[in-house]
Design a protein around this ligand. Structure first.
Ligand SMILES: [Zn+2]
Length: 454
């Protein structure tokens, strides 16, 4: 099996004792790390690839726990509008006018941005065409959990999405059987629940039974906006989280996205049931909600970081999202000690892996784990000098400091060049497809300034 040795780096391992190896080496064979720290020469085969990482930082690949691959071509369609306009006039028309090939191109473009921002693993929150997403993930070489968006009720849904509970579940099972464990187990498939607005109680309960049956997780948007809580109370007699608790779906395989509007009791029940949370700071700021992340962490809830989709955030950039996460909660608590850099790095790596139920194989650099890692070049005008590398990673560095990315032992990017797909070609197709979809969907954006044809 092919060996790669990365030598003499500043390795932030994120292992159990959070060791940092200064001048450390990593020996990779096939898809796995077989040694780390100081690797003796006799373990290295003569034909091993040697990579000199002098002056570079090496980290576990970042884990983005809330992504919408198929929304990548809708970046900029939802800026400065309220949520209902966002959903009914922009995103639903966009998504419901996509075909399989659009979804594939959108996913490729999204995956490229993920790789460039240091992500090697992600969780998809629910798109329409799992086959398109799967193909893209397979080709780019990332690791991802895919889900199909599940909606069996709700107002204002496009005609095309009028699906019964049975159909929603049957389609998801089909995708699970087709894609779970594909691409050397880089691709896994979970169940999704879109929101309490669009999911019947029957769908929620049957989703839980199926997820348990297949031993996979459930990814759901939870308590995202205040209107959702009002809606849940009006239609179910309880808040979203109380209702999910009542239906018995809150569990260690439940990944709650956003979780902005939670009471103390609901936070306690998240901790009690070991519910996982993906915090999406930029997207949350859009709809003006401060998720109670410190309170979750104080209770021992596993919280990770996600970007959400391109029209909710515009930047699918985990380096930016780490920075934002650190800042927002300091501001909210008027306390600069809240969510320090080392906690942010945990959220973006090992805790993210835990949210993906994948921490036995990824999230830290350790013997026996998968070789999912990134190399960071700290030399840039915006990141020097480096008095404290861990803090610098969170507060100063940008995605353009990410120089190389490896997933499952395969290089996805070296010297900032994507190796697995033709990036120029993908971006060209993405532009063409994006304007075609917008035309087909009849979406028009108002001019912000007077336009003069010159
Ligand atoms: Zn989302």
């Amino acid at each position: 099996m092919k060996q790669t040795v990365i030598k003499n780096g500043y390795i932030v391992s994120m292992n159990q004792s959070r060791q940092v190896f200064v001048g450390g080496d990593i020996l990779i064979e096939g898809s796995k790390i077989i040694d780390i720290g100081s690797v003796p020469d006799e373990k290295i085969k003569p034909d091993a690839e040697i990579v000199d990482a002098t002056g570079k930082l090496i980290l576990p690949g970042l884990v983005n726990t809330h992504v919408h691959l198929s929304q990548q071509l809708a970046r900029g369609l939802g800026d400065d509008v309220d949520l209902l306009t966002w959903l009914h006039e922009r995103i639903w028309p966009y998504e419901s006018n996509m075909d399989l090939e659009d979804s594939y191109i959108s996913s490729l473009a999204c995956c490229l941005e993920l790789v460039r921002s240091g992500v090697t693993a992600f969780a998809e929150a629910g798109g329409q065409e799992v086959d398109g997403m799967g193909r893209a993930v397979e080709e780019v070489g990332l690791r991802g959990i895919l889900t199909r968006s599940a909606m069996d009720c709700g107002e204002g849904l496009p005609e095309k999405w009028n699906e019964s509970t049975d159909y929603c579940l049957k389609k998801q099972e089909e995708h699970l059987k087709r894609w779970n464990g594909q691409a050397d187990d880089r691709i896994r498939v979970w169940f999704s629940l879109r929101t309490v607005f669009n999911n019947s109680d029957e769908l929620i309960k049957r989703t839980k039974s199926l997820a348990d049956k297949y031993n996979v997780g459930i990814h759901m948007h939870v308590a995202e906006i205040l209107d959702e809580i009002r809606f849940a109370k009006a239609t179910r007699g309880r808040t979203t989280v109380e209702h999910l608790d009542h239906l018995g779906v809150l569990d260690s395989n439940f990944l709650a996205a956003h979780a902005v509007w939670l009471t103390d009791r609901e936070l306690d029940s998240f901790a009690l049931h070991d519910v996982k949370v993906t915090h999406n700071p930029a997207a949350a700021m859009r709809v003006l909600g401060f998720a109670r992340i410190k309170e979750m962490l104080d209770r021992g809830v596993t919280v990770s970081i996600g970007t959400d989709g391109a029209p909710s955030n515009n930047r699918m950039d985990m380096m930016d999202e780490m920075h934002l996460t650190a800042l927002i909660h300091k501001g909210r608590h008027l306390n600069s000690k809240v969510l320090p850099a080392e906690k942010i790095l945990e959220m973006a790596t090992i805790d993210g892996a835990r949210c993906l139920l994948w921490d036995d194989e990824i999230g830290s650099l350790e013997k026996g784990k998968k070789a999912d890692l990134i190399i960071i070049d700290p030399v840039s005008a915006g990141s020097l000098p480096i008095h404290d590398p861990i803090s610098n990673l969170v507060y100063s560095m940008h995605s353009n400091n990410v120089e190389a990315s490896m997933c499952d032992g395969q290089w996805l990017m070296r010297d900032r060049k994507i190796l697995t797909v033709d990036e120029g070609e993908v971006l060209k197709l993405a532009r063409e497809r994006a304007s075609d979809i917008v035309k087909r969907a009849g979406i028009t954006l108002p001019h912000r300034f007077p336009i003069v044809e010159a």
